[in-house]
Design a protein around this ligand. Sequence first.
Ligand SMILES: Nc1ncnc2c1ncn2[C@@H]1O[C@H](COP(=O)(O)OP(=O)(O)OP(=O)(O)O)[C@@H](O)[C@H]1O
Length: 369
Amino acid sequence: MADANAATETADLVCDRLVRRFGDTRAVDEISLSVPAGSFFSILGPSGCGKTTLLRLLAGFDRPDDGDILIRGERMNEVAPNRRPVNMVFQHLALFPTMSVADNIAYGLKRQKVAAPERRRRIAEVLEQVGLPGMEDRNPQQLSGGQRQRVALARCLVLRPTLLLLDEPLGALDLKLREQMKVELKHLQKAFGTTFVYITHDQSEAMVMSDQVAVMRQGRFDQVASPETLYRHPETPFVAGFVGDNNCLAGTVVALDDGQVTLDLADGSRVRGMAASPGLQPGQPAQLFVRPESLSLVATTAAGEAALSARVVTTLFDGANSRVELTAAGQVLFARLPQDGSAPCLDAGQTLALQWQPSLARVFAGAPA
Ligand SMILES: Nc1ncnc2c1ncn2[C@@H]1O[C@H](COP(=O)(O)OP(=O)(O)OP(=O)(O)O)[C@@H](O)[C@H]1O
């Protein structure tokens, strides 16, 4: 309990068993979380999992049916949105198109009754910080998409909120700009030291930018962890399948040995991985997840332990992300092709063996959903 209290004291945001129901739908279903001051926290999940509902509760646009929201230790449940130390950046930036950049940024400062000379100083300072020095007199229409995004951020950050809530702010940008803005947002968050809570359905955005990611499904968090932990040690089949590319092989447990599980697949092939669920038992259905980059392709004659006979369907050239699509035991798999010239020459229909280190594969109880 002492630890829980200490964590609450250093957290900018704490939610305790938060619930929001719409009729029979539990859009937010007993969510608890703690976001340390100055960190980048993302909530990642598919459409309809409850991300927007949760963010609206944090912003104060909606009230929870149960549970508590605390910001820097203060209960916020009944506090109006404009009285919370929170600002929000939306996907559609909602900059005032006929106002200059400076007037857009000044808007919130005026409402806070900040005097004009101080406003000018803070606007110049924040524009410098977001990499747009001297752009005060521009109109938003005279800016690129990325620059507009930075003005939208500056408009929030100038108010020095405890929490900045971001609702898929990169969703409307083209792919290249999105890639660039991911890196920029991460740098800006660190430079300002403001706590960011970011919602997205794009796992790459969440992984690249965040200190911690909560993977959300049907109103609940499946796992909250650093991007690397989510990738290497997913705790549920949903996280294994949703975060990063993964292959899933369905089979039946035949043996367990010191955390290593052996599965039989439908065609009689035998594969191995590490137990990721408690209580796996021989005879149970299970699913093995192994990442495309953990698979090596070898000639059939060299097939050794944990080798699976696979047939090449096609190769998918995409630079460093080039992959080969295969079928094995009636299931589709993808393997990463090495980019150092060591990739074998692959023809459609060719048969080869797939191998992997059992320590890199994770086995969960149950059949695929
Ligand atoms: N005002 C509402 N009335 C009734 N049901 C709602 C309402 N708002 C959300 N829901 C339901 O709650 C669930 C969660 O919706 P929410 O919009 O929070 O999901 P989301 O993860 O943000 O999805 P998306 O990524 O598509 O925006 C859905 O089943 C949705 O239909």
